[in-house]
Write a protein that binds this ligand. Sequence first.
Ligand SMILES: [Zn+2]
Length: 312
Amino acid sequence: MNTRLRFLASGLAAALVLSGCTQTAAPGPRLASDAQIETAQSAPVVDETAIAMRWNERLAPFTIIDNVHFVGTHGLGVFLITTPDGHVLIDGALAQSVPQILDNIRALGFDPSDIKYLLNTHAHYDHAAGLAGLQRASGAVMIASAADKPYLEAGRIDHGPTQDAMFPPVRVDRVVGDGDTVALGGAMLTAHLTPGHSPGCTSWSMAAKDSKGLPRSVFLHCSASLGGQSLVPEAYPGMIANYRATFAKVRGMQADVFLANHDIFFDLHAKRARQLAGDRDAFVDALELQRFNTEMEQGFQEALAEQQAAKR
Ligand SMILES: [Zn+2]
């Protein structure tokens, strides 16, 4: 082949590849610069709550059940769902947690560049600040609810005690509504809008199999704690109604494996200790979702009554 023909042939090949790219995904530019992501990643963790709750302390990664893996920190849940066609990662923890999340994924034998979808429970910085760095590392499509998307793309939430906590903004490529699904390599995750804790708080469910091959439903709860947010007056309009609707909705749900984005909400370390001691299904507890919902609802009612009384 002469030079001119080779040039034409390679040009044609390039054009084919480009058209293939635009058809499968057309991600816009990243919203955070490399410098912004790297500065946030290397900033010291100074937040008192973050330090007390061990939000950025390393925890060795492990498999929770089936293809669901824990790749987060001591205090923050980050979940990897692996499939033969690529992986799904839920939540980003702190910006400073990104290097350890990537290390954790590799330690389990997976490649961060195989992450196809990034999901989020809610746009508070302790679950969202690492997303921009993870999107940069993986090139994954970011999926979130319509109500929390503006906060993710602004790099801050506009109400509550964390409203001054800026984080690298992350581009949201796809918006999910209640009941929408994300399918990949035989796995299917369903979005459940459970607003209250944030306006677009999104829980995720999926099917898995336990060590005996029995089908088990997995439910990752977005959160229903107050997180120091005011109910009277509401931190955002419609907050009280949101919480009430979420408590009622979750009351009608069942899950065999309950997961949350903070260690304390699902007794992570005790279960992991039982797993290490030989209980391969240590994360199976069919009553835990309802216990959590009842506990959170009681806490909400008490806080609401107290705050209403204080205003009288
Ligand atoms: Zn939160």
